[in-house]
Structures are given as structure tokens and as C-alpha cells.
Design a protein around this ligand. Structure first.
Ligand code: 5MM
Length: 332
């Protein structure tokens, strides 16, 4: 089995998921400001060390996605982040896209950039210890959106990124995110998500990406935040798995983003999916749904590091318990 296949299988192994702590400097800074913390590099470092050094994190987390800044920073004891988390039994990952930028001529849509020099950057990240990478494409639902063009260019970039990662021996997390922004229905989200996955699969096949050596990080199929009705966990689970059934069986696994759902709702939806048979594991790669309570509990106070870690540990335990149930419900 190739290294990528082994690492991907470990990332989605029983009872484990991935922690997304890869906010760009701009996003992380605005979240720190929101929590009343001065947005300095040192505070971003302290916050990421708080997350990564949470006692028992390895029991529910197989890997942590970091941003470039963090991978060049060190724990308080002087060890680089990648070395410190590897010593805890957790795989370090790296976000390698450079962000979703306005798509010229397509108002309201974006293209995720970062392909220039990617092969060289991946080699550098591998030297720093990264075992996997992440690239996020963003698709917006609105009146007349998304356009087929936005879906195609973003899927093409995701496939080029995935091929480059596997060439470098790094597992690509492939994240095509259909945003929850808007008043669209769950049914509309299903249509768009299915179309995005279809185009993405074509692009991945075109570039001979080995699906057993990637982790797909999709959105759940859910209504927009401004939609009049709110889906139940069972409805979200059924709609999501219905869309995912089009994916080939050789995919290593699916690790969902949370997309702005409240932490408890994301967990309930993930738990409901475990009752539905699929050929691949369904786990979490949440950002906000794991870390928001921790950031609020810490709020930059050195005396509240333990409170922040307890808040993260609680969310990780709830999600890990949800995905661990799959092995009871669907024995291999
Ligand atoms: C943690 O946020 C990630 C980075 O976002 P920016 O580049 O915009 O700062 C983001 O890619 C994240 O990994 C995914 O969107 C999933 O996070 P959520 O919060 O939706 O689970």
C-alpha cells in the first residue's frame, strides 16, 4: 500500500477525526479580536499550542491542520509544532491554498488560488513534517449561482493540488465547500453539492489522483442559514449520504467541515449519519464546531488555558463518540 493510502486510512481511522486549526492570519486575527484578544503572532501561537497540547486529544483526533505561520512556530518548550504533535501521536497537516479570491467577471464567486510554486512548497512542508495538506474551494448558492464555470475552475484547481500532493507523498484533504450562506433549501444544497462532486470526480480522474490516498472534506447537505425551516439531524444525514452515494467505493474516507453550524448541531448531524451504511468512514474535520468554545473559554487569559482545553476536549469527545458508534452499528 502506498504511503498516502496508509496515512489517509489513519486520518479517518475508527473513532477519530481531524481538527482544523488552519485559519489564515487574517481569519485567526479577527477571531482573536472577537474574543477580546490582541491579534499578535504570539497570541496566535499560544492559542494553537493550547489546542494541540490538550490532554487526551489523540484519543479523538488523528491529525491537526495548521496554517503556514504555525508550522514555522514552536511550542513553549522550543519544539517545532510538527515535531511536538507527532510526539503526541497526532499527524501534522498544512493548509496550502492561498485563499479564495474574486473570480474576475463572475460577481459573487471566487477561485481558490495557490497553485504557483506548489510543488516546491509541498517539498518544504514535507521537510517540516507535514503528513497531509488541505485546499478549500468555496462555492456560493444564490440567485443564478453557482455558475458552471466557478464549479469547473475550482474543481480543476482542487485536482491539480491533489495530484501535486500525492506526487510529494502528502495526503490531500480535498475540500469543496458549498457555503451555508443564503436562504436556499436543503434540496437546493443537495443539487449543487452533487454537481460539485460530479465535476470534481471527473477532474480527479483526469489527473489520475488515487482516491484511496485522499480524504474528501465536504459540506453536509443542509439548508442555508436564512432558510425558513430547519432540518432535523435525520434529514441532514439522509440528504448528505444520498449525495455521497455517487462517490467511488475506493475513496479513503469523508471528513466533514462544520460550515458555521453550532457545535452541538454539527455533532448531532454527524451522529445521525453513522446509522446509514456507506463504504467509507464518515468523520469530522471541523474547525469552528470544535474550537469556538475553546477560544471563548480561554479568551487570552493564561490562567484559563485549562478551561480552553477542557472546552475543546468536550467537543472532541462528543464527535469521537459519535463516529465510534459506527463500528457498533455497522460491524465490518
Ligand atoms: C479553520 O478555517 C479554515 C481556514 O479558513 P481561512 O483560510 O478562511 O482562514 C477553513 O478552511 C476550515 O478548515 C474549513 O472551512 C472548515 O472549517 P469549519 O469551521 O467550517 O468546520
Amino acid at each position: 500500500m502506498s504511503t498516502c493510502r496508509q496515512i489517509a486510512a489513519r486520518m479517518v481511522g475508527p473513532g477519530k477525526g481531524v481538527l482544523a486549526a488552519d485559519e489564515s492570519i487574517a481569519t485567526m486575527s479577527s477571531r482573536l479580536v472577537g474574543a477580546g484578544v490582541e491579534p499578535t503572532a504570539e497570541h496566535r501561537r499560544q492559542y494553537r499550542e493550547l489546542l494541540a497540547s490538550t490532554p487526551g486529544l489523540v484519543d479523538g483526533v488523528s491529525g491537526i491542520i495548521f496554517a503556514d505561520e504555525t508550522l514555522h512556530q514552536h511550542f513553549s518548550d522550543g519544539r517545532p509544532f510538527a515535531e511536538a504533535v507527532l510526539a503526541l501521536g497526532i499527524l501534522p497537516g498544512i493548509k496550502v491554498d492561498t485563499g479564495a479570491k474574486p473570480f474576475t467577471g463572475r460577481p459573487g464567486e471566487t477561485i481558490t488560488e495557490g497553485l504557483d510554486g506548489l510543488a516546491e512548497r509541498l517539498d518544504g512542508y514535507a521537510e517540516l513534517g507535514a503528513a497531509f495538506a488541505k485546499w478549500r474551494a468555496v462555492i456560493t448558492i444564490a440567485d443564478r449561482l453557482p455558475t458552471r464555470a466557478a464549479i469547473r475552475v475550482n474543481a480543476h484547481a482542487l485536482a491539480r493540488y491533489a495530484a501535486a500532493c500525492q506526487q510529494a507523498g502528502i495526503v490531500p484533504i480535498v475540500e469543496p465547500e458549498v457555503l451555508m450562506t443564503g436562504d436556499h433549501s436543503r434540496h437546493r444544497c443537495a443539487e449543487v453539492t452533487a454537481e460539485v462532486h460530479g465535476v470534481l470526480l471527473t477532474e480527479l480522474a483526469e489527473l489520475a489522483v488515487d482516491l484511496a490516498g485522499i480524504v474528501l472534506k465536504p459540506n453536509m447537505v443542509i439548508e442555508g442559514v436564512d432558510h425558513a425551516e430547519r432540518s432535523t439531524p435525520e434529514q441532514v444525514a439522509e440528504s448528505t449520504v444520498d449525495v455521497l452515494r455517487a462517490l467511488p467505493t475506493d475513496l479513503a474516507g469523508v471528513a466533514f467541515l462544520s460550515g458555521g453550524q453550532a457545535p452541538e448541531r454539527a455533532t448531532a448531524n454527524l451522529a445521525a449519519m453513522q446509522h446509514l451504511p456507506t463504504p467509507w468512514p464518515l468523520t469530522f474535520s471541523f474547525g469552528r464546531a470544535l474550537v469556538d468554545p475553546a477560544l471563548a473559554a480561554w479568551a487570552g487569559d493564561p490562567a484559563r488555558v485549562g478551561a480552553g482545553q477542557a472546552a475543546l476536549a468536550e467537543r472532541v469527545a462528543a464527535n469521537a463518540a459519535a463516529v465510534r458508534r459506527r463500528s457498533e452499528l455497522q460491524p465490518a
